[in-house]
Write a protein of this length. Structure first.
Length: 303
């Protein structure tokens, strides 16, 4: 019974509450969508489409280097591949500098608007913009830790699968499941850094503590985001590998950009609703926070 509730009832409750919040604050979320997540999605897909030829060339050169007959030829091919790879890294670095501020603004504004709506506070366009201006430092610090942790964990399942080839079929699925759970904890930690006076590893720790009793629900919600994002990525790969990869239809691009932008926005809304639900069940505070509470300072007063 408990597993059924965690697997079906709790996630559905969070999803319906998130939908209610979005519908009640349509103007605010349309504003956030148009000025943060859609530009972010546009930059993401522009990078993917514009570097597809370069990535294909790198893979081709690396495959060619394995079959050439002499070391001299292989060295020349690998050098050309290295130059192209450096160019690709530079392009991705430039796009990252543009995407990160948009991602941060999308997270702060979405979380602020959702948190305010759930708690019956006014959430207008000005308050969402003000939240980004006043509360970006803590989420910035937390986001750095989030990316670092995900970057460090990403190769672990593949390394273990390489080290133990006989257990590959077991290691990779378990690794994917752990990564989905890790994403749930880190996403909740990012929400904590927006709503509360916490940042970095402390915010992530509080996010993990808040999931006590709801870890399966959080894992399923995170898995839902991964599934939808994966379907979008698979569609992109299908277009890039198709016969018309050089001339992808503008309608397909528009649908992909809008779909991904909406998914990013909804992921922030759903995670914030999940945070509010968990915070109501058990308040987890440090001694300083308890002192503040005694003095009449609320957890979300920074907003």
């Amino acid at each position: 019974m408990w597993i059924a509730k965690e697997a079906f009832i709790s996630p559905l409750k969070i999803l319906f509450e998130s939908l209610r919040v979005v519908l009640n604050k349509k103007l605010v979320f349309i504003f956030i969508l148009c000025f943060t997540t859609l530009p972010l999605s546009f930059l993401t897909f522009t990078l993917t489409f514009s570097t597809n030829t370069l990535r294909s060339q790198i893979f081709h050169l690396q495959a060619l280097a394995r079959v050439v007959t002499t070391r001299v030829e292989a060295g020349h091919v690998l050098e050309e591949s290295r130059v192209d790879a450096i160019s690709l890294i530079r392009i991705r670095g430039l796009f990252s500098l543009l995407c990160f501020p948009l991602s941060l603004a999308a997270a702060v504004s979405s979380v602020h608007a959702t948190f305010s709506a759930v708690n019956g506070k006014s959430a207008g366009l000005i308050s969402a913009a003000t939240a980004v201006r006043d509360n970006w430092k803590r989420p910035f610090a937390t986001a750095v830790f989030v990316y670092a942790i995900l970057f460090a964990f990403a190769p672990v399942p593949r390394v273990l699968a390489f080290a133990f080839p006989g257990l590959r079929a077991l290691i990779l699925p378990i690794g994917s499941g752990v990564e989905v759970y890790l994403m749930a904890v880190l996403s909740l930690g990012l929400v904590v850094s927006v709503v509360e006076e916490r940042a970095g590893l402390e915010a992530i720790r509080v996010g993990s503590d808040l999931m006590q009793g709801k870890r399966l629900c959080g894992w399923l919600l995170s898995g839902l985001f991964v599934l939808v994002s994966g379907l979008i990525n698979r569609r992109v790969e299908g277009l890039l590998e198709g016969p018309n990869s050089e001339g992808i239809d503008e309608w397909d691009k528009t649908v992909l950009i809008c779909s991904y932008g909406l998914v990013v926005l909804l992921s922030y809304v759903i995670t914030t609703v999940f945070y509010c639900d968990n915070r109501k069940r058990h308040l987890i505070r440090e001694p300083e926070a308890e002192e503040d509470c005694e003095n009449g300072v609320s957890v979300g007063s920074s907003l």
